[in-house]
Design a protein around this ligand. Structure first.
Ligand code: NOJ
Length: 569
């Protein structure tokens, strides 16, 4: 199990001017756009390759913007495209104000921005604040001596007298989190790979320099940032050992509880500063927040709603089993226990097995894709779609260690095969390389199921997973209830069906029901007890054909069927 995956043990000075509005600020009128936005995650390496080298590029994103427009999303988030040695495929940044040549040029980026804007699509950049690459000039200087101008920009400590590292802290990617540098006779801390040294966020100069780098992109008109590993920013100053838990992880290390290196209270101070950086631009902050409960999640918005606008809610999306009781509890938390703030529901991303590999035993099951789409898109709040999720793409795990690209897959093989499996190229067509590239060998092999699971095929099939996503995304725009209605679980007699309402103050309501079993189910309920008057159900969307319920007191759903209906007089 990967530690950054939720399946695992859980993982001042910013006086940004509030007076001058930056030229590229989004219009203040729609500053709440994110509250019910659909955000699409693009892994640029795997989206579209226009120069035929087997690696996706920025022009490959621009090429497919019309697709995103047709899908109906509001914004897309790009995982890092900055110059990088690519040890962690871009999460090791060596220059925060440029584009990695393997993805294109700044001119390509500017063109992508302009084309996105023309289509009304917002662009969200990934921002890695916790660490840089060890090839970043800051670290190169910092490691050179104890007296250089960046000497205190990273987390440096003396080792133990016996030559051992300062304490037992472990890298999330396996083994000790400390690496020794002879030039300083000291160790530096890295929460991830040793090529990703952690910055010292207690140093005001680091903060100032990072905020300036963020403003570089804000000035280019980006709509916000997804803050990588944001809960890892601080470590215990007294360097206390983490407590051990039972058992070992995939790398053979003893399991530990990260109480001294994760989610320290100081994180909130930085989040408030970051908010001040983005606020003048009407930009947003999304947080990579794998948190153990809704109380912790609620704190990420800040006591005065002055921290993250959209911390990721991984409580709902990573339940990882079709359990109605668990979904009822977690959805209710997300919808009612974060002080009226919107959750960002996330079921999949580039660090975790795809939806079907967690909810359908790896079987290609369009009905389950649609069921998860319904739970993602019908509640209130914002929703994240991981590229290919809207097609029902599945994982394609490497068969041999020799084929693995992700370093954690090499280190942890065979228990941990790495994240290649969920990062395979986007499936556009049923022709060469699934329309992703023309290379002999794309950087990761195309999933063999591309012949049937691809954009071209699914756009032409009315009942496809893709068309179901499109339908639900459009409904979120058209229906006042789905846009802003209050969420209420339905008291029902059937524990195999997840059902809830979205209702507006005018008494109108939409009913949502999902059958979690492989057998047909009938659900009876009493809407009057929810203060809803109505006799008929008008189908808005269904994962199955001919959905025509007789009256408002019950619905019948086929195996794993999903149903969305307007309640009418
Ligand atoms: C979280 C990112 O999503 C992941 O891909 C990366 O490896 C780590 N943070 C380290 O930056």
């Amino acid at each position: 199990m990967r530690c950054l995956r939720p399946l695992a043990s859980a993982s001042l000075l910013v006086a940004a001017s509030f007076f001058a509005r930056p030229a590229n600020a989004a219009p203040a009128t729609d500053r709440n756009w994110y509250r019910n936005a659909v955000i699409y995650e693009i892994y640029p390496r795997s989206f579209g390759d226009t120069d035929g080298n087997g690696i996706g590029d920025i022009n490959g994103i621009t090429k497919h913007l019309d697709y995103l427009k047709r899908l109906g999303v509001d914004a897309f988030w790009l995982t890092p495209i900055y110059p990088s040695p690519q040890v962690d495929f871009g999460y090791d940044i060596s220059n925060y104000e440029a584009i990695d040549p393997q993805y294109g040029t700044m001119a390509d980026f500017d063109r992508m921005m302009a084309e996105a804007k023309r289509r009304g699509l917002r662009v969200i950049m990934d921002m890695v604040l916790n660490h840089t690459s060890d090839q970043d000039p800051w670290f190169i200087e910092s490691q050179s001596s104890k007296t250089n101008s960046k000497a205190n920009w990273y987390i440096w400590h003396d080792g133990k007298p016996n030559g051992q590292p300062p304490n037992n802290w472990q890298s999330i990617f396996g083994h000790s989190a400390w690496t020794y540098v002879p030039a300083r006779k000291q160790w530096y801390y890295h929460a991830f790979y040793k090529q990703q040294p952690d910055l010292n966020w207690r140093n005001p100069e680091v903060r100032k320099a990072m905020y300036a780098q963020m403003r570089f992109w804000l000035d280019k008109g980006v709509a916000g940032f997804r803050l990588d590993a944001i809960t890892s920013l601080f470590e215990d100053i007294a360097l206390k050992d983490e407590p051990y838990l039972s058992g070992t992880n995939a790398y053979g290390d003893k399991n530990i509880s990260r109480i001294y290196t994760d989610n320290l209270p100081e994180v909130h101070e930085v989040l408030r500063e970051l908010r001040k950086v983005v606020e003048p631009y009407n930009a947003i902050l999304i947080g990579e927040t794998y948190l153990p409960n809704v109380q912790q999640l609620a704190k990420m918005y800040g006591k005065n709603n002055d921290e993250l606008q959209l911390p990721m809610d991984t409580q709902v999306g990573f339940i990882n089993k079709l359990s109605v009781a668990d979904f009822r509890a977690k959805l209710n938390d997300a919808e009612t226990k974060i002080n009226g703030q919107p959750p960002l529901l996330v079921f999949a991303n580039h660090d975790n097995p795809r939806v079907l590999n967690r909810y359908a035993d790896g079987k290609e099951d369009p009905e389950i894709s649609k069921l998860i789409a319904t739970i993602l898109l019908a509640p209130g709040g914002a929703a994240l779609i991981y590229y290919g999720q809207e097609l029902g793409m599945t994982d394609n795990p490497p068969k041999r260690i020799e084929d693995v690209q992700d370093p954690i897959g090499k280190l942890g093989w065979p228990k941990e095969k790495g994240r290649d499996e969920e990062r395979t190229p986007m499936q556009w067509t049923n022709s060469v390389d699934a329309g992703f590239s023309t290379a002999q060998r794309p950087w990761l092999p195309i999933n063999p199921n591309f012949k049937t699971i691809n954009v071209a095929a699914e756009e032409s099939q009315p009942g496809s997973v893709l068309n179901y996503f499109k339908k639900l995304i459009q409904l979120r725009k058209d229906s006042a209830q789905l846009r802003s209605g209050e969420f209420a679980l339905i008291a029902s007699d059937n524990n195999d069906v997840l059902s809830f309402l979205r209702k507006t103050a005018d008494g109108k309501a939409v009913l949502i029901a999902c059958n979690f079993t492989g057998r047909p189910q009938t659900l009876s309920f009493d809407l009057q007890s929810h203060g809803i008057q109505g006799k008929h159900l008008r189908t808005l969307a269904s994962s199955f054909p001919n959905a025509n319920p007789a009256d408002v007191s019950h619905v019948t759903l086929p195996a794993h069927g999903s149903y969305v209906a307007q309640i009418e007089p």
